[in-house]
Design a binder for this molecule. Sequence first.
Ligand SMILES: Nc1nc2c(ncn2[C@@H]2O[C@H](COP(=O)(O)OP(=O)(O)O)[C@@H](O)[C@H]2O)c(=O)[nH]1
Ligand SMILES: [Mg+2]
Length: 342
Amino acid sequence: MTDRPRIPTNLITGFLGVGKTSAIRHLIAQKPAGERWAVLVNEFGEVGIDGAIIESAGTDSVAVSEIAGGCFCCSADAPIEFSLMELIRQTSPQRVLIEPTGLGHPAKVLDTLRGPWFRSVIDLHATICLADAADFDNPKVTSVEVFQDQLHMADIVAVNKLDRTDPVRLEVFLQYLREMFPPKSQILTTTQGRLDLTLLDADISPERVPLFPDAHRIESTGQSTPQLTSSKNNISFLLPRHPVRKESRQGDRAACGWLFSPIDSFRRVDLFELFNGSFDVHRLKGVFNVGNEWLLFNRVGGELTCESIPYRRDSRLEVILDQSSFDWNEFERLLLNCLRTA
Ligand SMILES: Nc1nc2c(ncn2[C@@H]2O[C@H](COP(=O)(O)OP(=O)(O)O)[C@@H](O)[C@H]2O)c(=O)[nH]1
Ligand SMILES: [Mg+2]
């Protein structure tokens, strides 16, 4: 592998729900014909959704791998080295994009990419942080050291969700970004993660060091270590109406995911009602068979959106809360109530 040209690689960072996956989908849509790309996605919850979303957006020339069940920045046995090397070995990509979890600290990943495993394989390009000006107004988010370091370690900050950003708040946030040191290579605004392909190869300097290198370091929670999931693996274990449930917890956040048989079909109105409920969701995402089509649900804070998606493998849901415990049994009962009767 060492005699090949090093592979341009970008980290696409940002807090929960800011638009990282949307940005990757948009970048994939601009991929030059004939180029092979690989995308490595890390998910906080045990049931990965982003891999499915990105796979649906791509073509055969985009390989997607997903590490679910914890951040690769803070888990003792996080297999980023193995999984990324394997992805590169199997697919010989001409570009690699990496989406860490919204709770992920970029420092360890950047160190790994610059370290002995990848130095001769990867050519580290711009780290692009998506950000939401509303988060900058939310003390629950601004107090998170990982959030601060995601901004601090980015070469480029793209302030997303401009369509629902108050202009005064936006200006305050932009001013903060302009005053950061070392200065950003670029600061831009966008919606729906629309990043221009040229950003991936933008000039970057200098090498940035974290403000909080110990934020989000290894925690021993007793939870399982991250799994390299190919969502393709799960189907044979899924019986209709008997979902597999995977709970996890990190610090003061609880997460839970479900996998349903592809045969299970849900009533969309009931899903809308359940997902719009008044529980303290930080992030909810899922893909569901609703009979005549499959839908991708996305909730960030109180905002729920839904779109059609070509993914067909299984229905799956991941919920991340801003609280450490929750009655998941009751939530699962309500979820099962959304199933159509056979
Ligand atoms: N209103 C609005 N919603 C957006 C924008 N960009 C992304 N979203 C939505 O925000 C949610 C989270 O986006 P996603 O890309 O999955 O964020 P990620 O968690 O950072 O990967 C999805 O429902 C997106 O459709 C935007 O510019 N404006
Ligand atoms: Mg994502």
